[in-house]
Design a protein. Structure first.
Length: 133
């Protein structure tokens, strides 16, 4: 995998997570991101290689420059690479992660209840398939 790409690990059966992945794809004007569900062998390898338990992961993970970033830190780092005004959101990184993550944790805990769950990971359309690993 060329280093110019960052990999987004996401819950492939979560409807909300899939909506957010589609959002990132639409705004990824520089073709910076690649995606893989947390349920994939690649995601499990990345996480275990970094001493993390894939079975306990319930967060977006951004894998960039051989480091894993989680929750709002991952989201804000992703925003830096999107088109439009989204990179301005990165300024919120100055807020301590425990404070930023309060709302993230509420959404993560309730995502299946509020948005539902798929039986299997999404199948990307042919035009975005190249972005999935």
């Amino acid at each position: 995998m060329p280093e110019k790409y960052s990999i987004v690990l996401f819950d492939g059966v979560c409807n909300y997570c899939n909506t957010k992945v589609n959002f990132i794809i639409r705004h990824d004007n520089k073709d910076h991101f690649r995606f893989t569900p947390l349920q994939s062998a690649l995601a499990k390898k990345i996480l275990t290689d970094h001493g993390l338990d894939p079975e306990q992961m319930n967060s977006f993970v951004l894998y960039e420059n051989d480091k894993c970033f989680f929750k709002t830190t991952a989201i804000l780092r992703m925003a830096k690479h999107l088109g439009g005004l989204y990179p301005l959101l990165y300024a919120l990184i100055i807020i301590p992660a425990p404070i930023r993550d309060i709302y993230y944790n509420i959404i993560a805990k309730n995502r299946y209840k509020w948005w539902g769950k798929k039986e299997s990971c999404m199948v990307p359309t042919p035009e975005v398939r190249k972005k999935f690993l």
